[in-house]
Design a protein. Structure first.
Length: 269
């Protein structure tokens, strides 16, 4: 039986671990070859460990174990020239591009009055400018292939305000808007653009969760904003990857400009 994305090529940013690795593996399980990119290096002010070259190589190993092809590059989505070269090289190696998953992103917890210019600039440039670069640099390849699907990772914080995440919220609302704007302009090329809005996901980013309790002790009225409607604290990466697979597949061939929540009801609270 053919997979749901059999014969397609998918690019995934932030693919070294966490949601990115999960997305790459889920698409590969269903027949896609993968172009994987990740910075694999430190970012200032992060409150959790950064991805490493070894993490990216583990993604390569796991995709290849599924008998799919993969081209992996250590590249920063903020670096236009290097990112373009990685995209173009991956497409040249695998023959085309059908699916783009703009997943790379960071999150830094801080009260509004402790957000430094560096935290603001790093978050916006990675989460928002990086996504803009992702779409602008890959869309020509999707057009050449006759169409395709772009999935951009936003957040529950891209549909509601969340405390102690000012730059992150701004960036993720920006991603939500970019998804709708690109969907409008790329529709004539049979390219669908949708955004994904997770609640918390059990990934290395969760290591920063220890920063919340002291802040919530000082501001207890805000704690409810972080609560999910369903009785869980976090989802698993595969829960998000199943949504990515659906949006990437022909099952969603008429789904575009959608803000799809896999948030356990968080955005309804």
């Amino acid at each position: 039986m053919a997979g749901r994305v059999e014969g397609k090529v998918a690019l995934v940013t932030g693919a070294a671990r966490g949601q990115g690795r999960s997305h790459a593996l889920r698409l590969a399980e269903e027949g896609a070859d993968i172009i994987a990119v990740d910075l694999c290096g430190p970012i200032p002010d992060l409150q959790y460990s950064h991805a490493t070259p070894e993490d990216l190589q583990e993604t390569v190993r796991q995709v290849e174990a599924l008998d799919r092809r993969i081209v992996a590059s250590e590249v920063d989505v903020r670096d236009r020239d290097a990112f373009k070269a990685a995209v173009d090289d991956g497409v040249a190696a695998l023959g085309k591009l059908d699916i783009v998953v703009g997943n790379a992103g960071i999150c830094i917890i801080a009260p509004w009055d402790e957000v430094t210019p560096q935290i603001w600039d790093t978050t916006i440039s990675t989460n928002l400018t990086g996504v803009f670069n992702t779409v602008q640099l890959t869309a020509p390849h999707l057009i050449a292939a006759g169409g395709g699907s772009i999935i951009l990772t936003s957040s529950a914080a891209g549909l509601k305000g969340l405390p102690f995440l000012t730059p992150y919220v701004a960036s993720k609302w920006g991603v939500t808007g970019l998804g709708k704007a690109f969907a409008a302009e790329l529709a004539e090329h049979n390219i669908r653009v949708n955004t994904l809005h997770p609640t918390g996901v059990e990934t290395p980013m969760g290591e920063m969760g220890d920063a919340y309790p002291p802040l919530l002790e000082k501001h207890p009225r805000l704690g409810g904003m972080l609560t999910n409607m369903l009785p869980i604290d976090v989802t698993q990466p595969r829960d998000q990857s199943n949504a990515v697979l659906f949006l990437a597949s022909d099952e969603a061939r008429y789904v575009t400009a959608l803000a799809m929540t896999v948030d356990a009801g968080n955005t309804e609270y």
